[in-house]
Design a protein around this ligand. Structure first.
Ligand code: MLT
Length: 263
């Protein structure tokens, strides 16, 4: 399984993992805006974009191992690994399974808790429906919450772009990923054990993983810093790319200028 990957820039490797049900296309502004400060590596997680789904059972661990194989194939020993929402869950799985591959961690618009039972059954319902009815289910059920009120009200182009990305999600990958997310464990112990610096980012209007989730993550990690992005919802990297990129660039500068990671 080799992940289709788009990369830009040179220098410190920074892997960014996309949200559900999007693809590496969501990181366009990060590839453009961060290429001057680091090497931005943005894979399509399995089943999405140009990556095939494969025959494994749904699991975020499998997705995390895919990313580590990508690092191996790129000849990258350690990288900053970050993800937005589902990408954040995959990042936490990677922190749990491959801590020695990390230089730093970015957790954007995501959360560390496991799903309560009601959320798990809702994911199974969406998985079954998307397999039967296609991506229109995702548009109806998920699109409204993906961006913040400011974007809905005043940025029709951005909202339209997100709609297009959601519409092109392959139903088999969407169902697989819903089941993978349903099975994820609580990650607070994983966060407590992270030995590298951690940047937590959240859109102030994020209703799916609200700022309180970000506060809980930043409190759990030993070396955390928090950036709250104004006028952005759940997809902060798409809604306010300049503010998002500024936070990542500062973090990269801190890592590049700082001492080697502990442990
Ligand atoms: C995402 O944006 O990746 C999803 O909202 C994550 C989730 O369903 O928990």
């Amino acid at each position: 399984m080799r992940l289709y990957t788009r990369s830009a820039g040179e220098g410190l490797p920074v892997v960014l993992l996309h949200a559900f049900p999007l693809s590496s296309a969501m990181w366009l502004a990060q590839r453009e805006g961060l290429a001057e400060v680091c090497k931005v590596i943005t894979p399509d997680l399995r089943g999405f974009g140009g990556s095939v789904l494969g025959g494994d059972d749904p699991s975020l661990d499998v997705m995390a191992d895919d990313v580590v194989r990508l690092l191996d194939s790129e000849g990258v020993d350690r990288a900053v690994v970050g993800g937005l929402s589902m990408g954040g869950y995959v990042t936490m799985a990677l922190c749990r399974r491959h801590p020695d591959r990390l230089l730093g961690v970015i957790l954007a618009d995501t959360k560390a808790g496991a799903d309560p039972e009601a959320a798990r059954s809702n994911r199974e319902r969406i998985a079954a429906a998307v397999l039967q009815e296609g991506a229109s289910v995702l548009l109806k059920e998920l699109l409204p919450g993906l961006v913040g009120q400011t974007t809905v009200r005043s940025r029709a182009m951005v909202f339209g772009r997100v709609r297009g990305l959601v519409q092109s999600a392959p139903p088999t990958a969407a169902a697989w990923a819903q089941r993978a997310m349903a099975g994820r464990p609580d990650s607070f112990d994983t966060l407590r054990a992270i030995k590298t610096p951690v940047l937590v980012i959240v859109g102030e209007e994020d209703e799916i993983t609200p700022p309180a989730e970000a506060d809980a993550m930043v409190e759990a990690v030993p070396d955390g810093r928090l950036t709250v992005i104004e006028k952005a919802g759940h997809l902060s990297a798409i809604e306010q790319p300049e503010a998002f990129n500024r936070a990542v660039a500062e973090f990269v500068a801190e890592l590049a200028g700082g001492s080697a990671p502990r442990g």
